[in-house]
Design a protein around this ligand. Structure first.
Ligand code: AMP
Length: 415
């Protein structure tokens, strides 16, 4: 299937061609035709599935001939980085349309945003907090919005934005198209969808389980030896760009410094940075000036770096969802990636939980001089440490059949 099968305007098709998308992704195939019919959409998709174009292409098409100067499309996103990315994607895909888009979030000069509104935009991509600020000041007019997108709704909920979102919904016209995208469907989001979506079309891609193009591997290691193991992996593997996840800000900073000292172009992304420093780190990583980014979960939310070859979990994440989000950054559309996880004995139960969701055992690897053991149910059942040749870093771990492949059930964590 090709993009021209959707009946999109030539101006949009030209932009799609220019950006290099040849074939729609799964979520795009499912969502675009329904969204073009004007249907409400409930999209179950994680970052990396092509969901941004899945909602952006339909609203660009349906607003091609709308009157200019009024906000017609509102996209809500949890983080500044995600808002910037969506805005960039909308600008790229809409480059040949007359539609103007802007990103609106806190931590930057509000006067400039007000000026942009005054000059006139048709599409606003906003974080809830700052948008509410504008609503309170009367500096934004949302009375002509006829298309609302809530992106990464589950993360907005995690970050405590639900009350803000409800206030924003109160000032929007009721007659509108609404599209909600979420990687998971906690109870609160389900309730929200029941309230705000009208007979939605549910489209799903990837569900909770990460892209099958990702190879996972677990390195059992003692806490004190993690940084040595990291250096050794970087020395032996062919990495292009790496995100290293740590549990704390302090550790992210420390690991980035150690990497820099060892001669790696590394930067860190953690909560203590100013907005400018964050932007510089993200841009530097995107442009390839830094090949390693050490980040905490919160600081890295929503960053779209499509070239990540390796995700290294220096610390095991606190939740299974965080694992899925982290490795959602590798193995994106038409690319493969590796996800390495360092695990100490204390991480046993979390590793088991992750394996249950993946529907597969994470192959254990050991690296000469660093091996330790992590005894999990899965490990005892066969994927135990030491099964692989020592130091077999470049070898791809075997992929186990996913749970749903075995049972034939649809790939969903949502039901
Ligand atoms: P998203 O899930 O929207 O964050 O998209 C993930 C990445 O996939 C982004 O870098 C997009 O530019 C890219 N992408 C989106 N749609 C396609 C497509 N049809 N073909 C190839 N890449 C795509």
């Amino acid at each position: 299937m090709q993009f021209n099968a959707f009946g999109l305007h030539k101006r949009i098709l030209t932009a799609i061609e220019k950006v290099g998308y040849t074939e729609p992704t799964e979520i795009q195939k499912l969502a675009i035709p329904k969204a073009l019919e004007g249907r409400d959409i409930m999209g179950l998709a994680q970052t990396g599935t092509g969901k941004t174009a899945a909602f952006a292409l339909p609203f660009l098409q349906s607003h091609l001939t709308s009157a200019r100067g009024r906000i017609r499309v509102l996209v809500l996103a949890p983080t500044r980085e995600l808002a910037d990315q969506i805005n960039d994607a909308v600008k790229t895909l809409g480059v040949h349309t007359p539609l103007r888009s802007t990103a609106v979030y806190g931590g930057v000069n509000i006067a400039r945003q007000i000026k942009t509104f005054e000059r006139g935009v048709e599409i606003v991509v906003a974080c809830p907090g700052r948008l509410l600020d504008h609503i309170g000041r009367g500096t934004v007019d949302l009375s002509h919005v006829d298309c609302l997108v809530l992106d990464e709704a589950d993360r907005m909920f995690d970050m405590g934005f639900l009350p803000d979102i409800k206030k924003i919904l109160n000032v929007l016209p009721r007659r509108r198209q609404t599209m909600l995208f979420s990687a998971t469907m906690p109870q609160e989001i389900r309730r929200l969808t029941e309230k705000i979506l009208r007979s939605p079309e549910t489209v799903q891609a990837g569900a909770l389980a990460p892209a099958s193009s990702v190879s996972h591997a677990l390195y059992p290691v003692a806490e004190s030896r993690k940084s040595g193991l990291l250096m050794e992996i970087l020395r032996r593997s062919e990495t292009e760009s790496v995100i290293v996840f740590t549990r704390t800000k302090h550790r992210a900073r420390r690991v980035a410094r150690q990497l820099e000292k060892a001669g790696h172009p590394a930067t860190s992304l953690q909560g203590n940075l100013s907005q400018n420093q964050r932007q510089r780190a993200i841009e530097g990583f995107r442009s390839g000036r830094y090949t390693i980014m050490v980040a905490t979960d919160i600081a890295s939310r929503g960053i779209d770096v499509s070239q990540v070859s390796h995700v290294i979990n220096y610390d095991v994440p606190d939740t299974v969802e965080a694992y899925t989000h982290r490795i959602g950054r590798t193995g994106r559309v038409e690319k493969t990636g590796d996800a390495f996880t360092f695990a100490t004995n204390e991480d046993r139960s979390m590793i088991s939980a992750i394996e249950r969701v993946l529907g597969e055992l994470i192959p254990r690897r050991d690296m000469e001089g660093f091996a330790s053991t992590v005894e999990t149910q899965a490990g005892r059942n066969g994927a135990a440490a030491g099964k692989r040749p020592r130091g077999a870093v470049s070898q791809r771990p075997r992929r186990y059949p996913r749970k749903n492949e075995r049972s034939g059930r649809p790939q969903s964590q949502v039901a």
